[in-house]
Design a protein around this ligand. Structure first.
Ligand code: MIG
Length: 652
């Protein structure tokens, strides 16, 4: 059951699509403190908190302060409060009570979950205006499904988007891209997508392609497609200010860019230097920007990733001017303990400055609203612009799309990637831990940069991360300019990588079926163990996942580990894959085990009463029938499995 309560006068977000009347009763469970602008509740010892989507720390969110304030911060360390997303849904779960809470506000809000005081959960608002939804149900899974139903069906990508993708910030020319495709082919490692980062554009201008480095682009797109590879270009939120650039000129003429209080277009800067930001919150501007994607779909492109849409701001011209003025005061001075830090702060305040988000306004639903009040729905509306346009541009076929910034509601239009992680073992664990929380908030098509985006990676990390990544819907290796290269063919153990990636393709009928069932039925794809098993031990497990109905995963995420402790909530069958057609099976009893796993092995635990279908890797992306598959089951007698199959491309 779902009840809706209203505090103040909230700005709508369009995240909930069902019309639910506002209840006049008091909000259950919570104390309302108008003065402190907070809702709070006393946490019992057994209460666990799950959800909040893409945030730092573990699955149980107790013990930290999470602030919804979409931020381009590439250091996802545990001291951070905000990442790229605001996904304000969580569940309070214990044997005694369980309920879900959705805090719908486009502005800044903090979730103090046992941070200030161990036993108190407080939702602290900047503006005390929000719709609060309280969701109850039999079990935690019913609560999640109940919530997911009111926010609408999750985005469904084309089936080819379940293939493997290679990306790197710095593929400068078409020939470099060809080389990536060639080397994957030589290595015998399947590849279905190559991502184009900002370097394909002409001076970082959205919806342009650099003619000299990517000549005859439509032909190139076609050439790659005949090799089974989709090119997936990036689109940034900022539009370069440049005379003669049509997107810029049209946007200015039609008044579609965000404006300062004095009515002038805001001048900010990102990759291209000076840019304007489209007002994605304005219906007309959104339709206009969305239609621009057609420039690329007309050239054969059928997938996109939307970046820098928090929005990330290198500087605003106004603030930069202020900094240059103030910097004069420091010139020629002996910078001592006070002045040096003031100087450092001044210089360090240039990018993503909170004050800059108060310098501009949106035309949203007929009102002029200052950006910081709706900051968290900006990236969502950029992606919505594209998603709504795709329904017009490509009414029959699905388009691949994922975004960096997000808010609940965006899950109907696209997936997300987990942003700029690092080549750290701890970020492999973070990847594991963020997945179920994202699913709770409607985001099913998700994945992290495998191997890590920032920092130099190591081969063993890429092996372990790829061995986990084969289970995530978005399966992409991506890295930053200047870091060690991490395309799989560049490492020594090519046969191991080949076996791991091929196993992914063998698993696609299962992954696609489970994904589609989760999308259609508003269910989770990745679950913490305690969402299905009621024993106390299960509720302590933070590094294992249930994936779909049939399997459990217990990935290795520490360096030099030859194995790990695994908890089995019931008897299961361990399948130790060396390749899709080379594996051992072993029945294991419920309880704790130390399980070894070599760098070239992928371990899957098959649940009692369920079946894991496997295809020939070459068939993975095709429409298959149940009889074309092989099944691994716990029992001697094969169990039936409900296969979901469709053409993988028609819109549903
Ligand atoms: O500030 O386009 O998260 O995936 O490679 C960096 C360059 C901008 C951030 C994205 C990353 C991408 C990079 N972008």
């Amino acid at each position: 059951m779902i009840r809706k309560y209203r505090i103040g006068n909230p700005i709508p977000t369009d995240s909930v699509i069902e019309d639910i009347p506002v209840s006049q009763d008091g909000i259950p469970y919570f104390n309302v403190d108008e003065e402190a602008k907070e809702l709070s509740l006393f946490l019992e010892k057994e209460d666990k908190i799950f959800g909040l989507g893409e945030t730092v720390r573990g699955m149980n969110k107790r013990g930290w302060l999470y602030t919804s304030n979409n931020t381009d911060d590439p250091n996802h360390t545990e001291n951070k409060h905000s990442l790229y997303a605001s996904q304000n849904f969580f569940v309070v779960l214990s044997k005694k009570r369980k309920f879900g809470v959705y805090v719908d506000t486009p502005g800044k809000v903090s979730f103090d979950i046992g941070y200030t005081s161990l036993d108190k959960l407080a939702v602290v608002f900047e503006d005390f205006d929000a719709d609060i939804y309280i969701v109850t149900g039999e079990g935690v899974l019913d609560i999640v499904t109940g919530f997911r139903k009111i926010i609408g069906r999750s985005y469904i990508p084309p089936r080819w988007a379940f293939g493997f993708g290679q990306s790197r910030w710095s593929y400068m020319t078409a020939d470099e891209v060809r080389e990536v495709a060639d080397k994957y082919e030589e290595a015998g490692i399947p590849l279905n997508m190559i991502y184009l980062d900002i370097d394909y554009m002409e001076r970082y201008k959205d919806f342009t392609v650099d003619e000299s480095s990517f000549p005859e682009f439509p032909k190139f797109v076609e050439e790659m497609k005949t090799r089974g590879i989709h090119l997936v270009p990036i689109i940034d939120a900022g539009v370069k200010i440049e005379e003669g650039y049509d997107v810029y000129e049209e946007g200015v003429k039609r008044g579609f860019f965000v404006k300062k209080d004095n009515g002038e277009n805001l001048v900010a800067a990102v990759w291209p230097g000076r840019v304007h930001f489209p007002d994605f919150l304005n219906d007309e501007a959104r339709a206009w920007f969305g239609d621009k994607y057609k420039v690329l779909t007309d050239q054969g492109i059928d997938g996109f990733w939307n970046d820098m849409n928090e929005p990330a701001i290198f500087y605003t011209e106004d603030h930069l001017g202020e900094v240059f003025e103030q910097i004069e005061d420091f010139k020629g001075k002996n910078l001592d303990i006070d002045s040096f830090f003031a100087f450092k702060e001044l210089v360090g305040s240039i990018d993503n400055n909170p004050e800059d988000y108060k310098r501009f306004y949106h035309e949203y639903k007929g009102r002029k609203i200052r950006h910081d009040k709706v900051h968290n729905i900006f990236g969502y509306n950029m992606t919505r612009a594209a998603g709504e346009a795709f329904e017009r541009i490509s009414p029959d076929k699905r388009i691949l799309m994922f975004s960096r910034s997000s808010y609940i509601g965006m899950h109907r239009y696209a997936g997300v990637w987990h942003g700029d992680n690092q080549s750290w073992w701890s970020h492999l664990l973070l990847n594991i831990q963020q997945l179920p929380a994202l699913n709770m908030c409607g985001f099913l098509y998700t994945g992290a940069d495998i191997g890590g985006f920032g920092s130099d990676t190591t081969e063993d990390l890429v092996l372990r991360w790829t061995a986990f990544g084969i289970f995530t819907p978005l399966f992409r290796n991506h890295s930053a300019l200047g870091t060690r290269r991490q395309e799989l063919y560049g490492f020594e153990n090519i046969p191991s990588f080949r076996n791991i990636v091929r196993l992914r393709y063998a698993l696609i009928p299962y992954l696609y079926s489970e994904f589609m069932k989760a999308a259609m039925g508003s269910r989770m794809l990745f679950k913490p163990l305690c969402f299905e098993y009621g024993d106390d031990r299960s509720s302590q497990v933070e590094d294992q996942l249930l994936l779909g109905e049939s399997i459990m995963l217990a990935p290795i995420y520490t360096q030099n580990a030859e194995g790990r402790y695994v908890y089995l909530p019931e008897d299961m069958k361990l399948v130790r894959f060396r390749a899709y057609d080379d594996y051992d099976e072993e029945i294991m009893n419920a309880g704790d085990h130390y399980v070894r796993a070599g760098l070239d092995e992928i371990l899957v635990y098959v649940r009692k009463g369920h079946a894991l279908p496997l295809a020939e890797p070459g068939q993975g992306l095709e429409e298959v029938t149940a009889s074309q598959l092989k099944y691994i089951c716990y029992e001697a007698e094969p169990k039936s499995y409900e296969l979901y199959s469709d053409d993988g491309i028609s819109r549903l």
